[in-house]
Design a protein around this ligand. Structure first.
Ligand SMILES: NC(=O)c1ccc[n+]([C@@H]2O[C@H](COP(=O)([O-])OP(=O)(O)OC[C@H]3O[C@@H](n4cnc5c(N)ncnc54)[C@H](OP(=O)(O)O)[C@@H]3O)[C@@H](O)[C@H]2O)c1
Length: 380
């Protein structure tokens, strides 16, 4: 009897192929921004005849990679089912529209995990397919949520005009992010710090406040694991970053965001040392975080990890511009004093507190890492 008589069998088959397409999409991590990560699997007569993913911004999209893969194996995609993690595009960008190409290739069914949030596409790719006689199935539930979470930054930039923001903080068992004298080096062990470098490599940009630059002089690069360095961003309202700061580096990937009307001489000194300096509006005497995020989205930054310190992390929380939290908690050290996340949210009742969903907790070396999606974060 055909699987068509058993809807639950069809769901299992769709989930299986779409999961493969999603794991292919993940291969594009950090290479595709400001484009999304997309994977595609082409199935005919119960066999995968082609697959591919969007490898790099400007390169062919996943559907074209998969069609080319099928052709290179001598397969004909006419009459096939195409599993693609994002709605095929309908517009001429760096490449011609994939929806038209799928129609031209004569595929019979396209299964998608999520619609494209880009207003240039949203639903139009599906229309082109249906008008071309192709059956379209949109998946929902967990598989759709996985596809959305994978491209959370892409969705946020199109829906909210800002990157997806993760906060990362290391603290002692009693919640202190430094000692009273400002020292905060080595709160957690080498395993946790390696994990933090892996997280850096997963984000388009990392950000600290000038307070951290002045006290720790961090490099903010990926060193403990293989990976691409993110853009390093410093929020610095009065351009106090020294031109000799390590964060500036030598790769042209340091951006200092300051307030409008910044000191020309200091700005030039920072630019001469290799940093880019951008001016945005200020609020309450500091760089306006919302304007800074909008500026970063305009530069193609889809995902941002805020690494501190306490003042900047607290400001992101206070302004509800934080979507995910990762706390690295030393299970061995009690500081007794020092700064914590003294956010000043002003809750009057425990029921008002921010909560985390999808919580994951693990132990790495002697440290506890706990993470989850913040309740103040808007929908994907
Ligand atoms: N445990 C950890 O995970 C961790 C991580 C990083 C740092 N630290 C420690 O934290 C300490 C530094 O703390 P910190 O709070 O001074 O550092 P910070 O949060 O990195 O920097 C604070 C500075 O950022 C600037 N800033 C610009 N725009 C801002 C905004 N909208 N909101 C808030 N601040 C803004 C402010 O100075 P301007 O207005 O003058 O620009 C402010 O003084 C050090 O002891 C360091 O070792 C700990």
């Amino acid at each position: 009897m055909s699987a068509e008589f058993f809807p639950e069998v069809i769901t299992i088959i769709h989930t299986e192929y779409m999961s493969r397409a999603l794991s292919l999409a993940r291969n594009g991590l950090r290479m595709t921004s400001p484009n999304p990560m997309v994977g595609c699997v082409i199935v005919k007569d119960g066999r995968i005849i082609g697959s591919g993913w969007h490898k790099k911004y400007g390169n062919p999209h996943a559907e074209i990679e998969a069609i080319n893969d099928a052709h290179s194996r001598g397969e004909n995609v006419r009459g096939s089912a195409v599993y693609v993690t994002l709605e095929p595009c309908s517009h001429y960008g760096k490449t011609p529209p994939c929806a038209n190409r799928l129609v031209a290739e004569g595929v019979s069914h396209v299964i998608i995990a999520m619609r494209d949030p880009n207003p240039k596409v949203n639903g139009k790719g599906i229309d082109i397919l249906r008008e071309g006689g192709v059956k379209v199935t949109e998946l929902d539930g967990e598989i759709q949520q996985s596809a959305k979470f994978l491209n959370r930054g892409f969705i946020f930039v199109h829906k909210y005009g800002r990157p997806f923001v993760s906060l990362k903080a290391a603290m002692s068992l009693d919640g202190r992010m430094n000692l009273a004298n400002g020292s905060s080096k080595w709160i957690t062990g080498v395993e946790a710090r390696t994990e933090a470098h892996r997280m850096r490599a997963e984000n388009d940009a990392v950000l600290v406040g000038v307070g951290t630059v002045l006290s720790d002089d961090p490099e903010l690069t990926v060193r403990f694991v293989d990976g691409v360095n993110p853009l390093r961003v410093v929020l610095d309202s009065r351009l106090r970053t020294p031109p000799s700061a390590k964060v500036i580096g030598h790769d042209g990937k340091c951006l200092i965001i300051t307030s409008e009307g910044a000191d020309r001489q200091q700005k030039k000194a920072l630019e001469d040392s290799g940093a880019t300096v951008a001016e945005v509006s200020s609020r309450g005497g500091h760089v306006d975080i919302e304007s800074a995020l909008k500026y970063l989205a305009g530069r193609g930054i889809l995902t941002l990890m805020v690494e501190g310190g306490p003042e900047v992390l607290s400001a992101f929380l206070r302004e509800r511009l934080a979507d995910y939290v990762r706390l690295f908690i030393s299970s061995a050290k009690i500081f007794g004093e020092g700064s914590g996340l003294d956010v000043g949210l002003g809750f009057g009742d425990v029921g008002e507190a921010f909560t985390l969903t999808g919580i994951k907790t693990r132990i790495l070396g002697g440290d506890i890492i706990t993470e989850g999606r913040l309740s103040c974060s808007p929908d994907l």
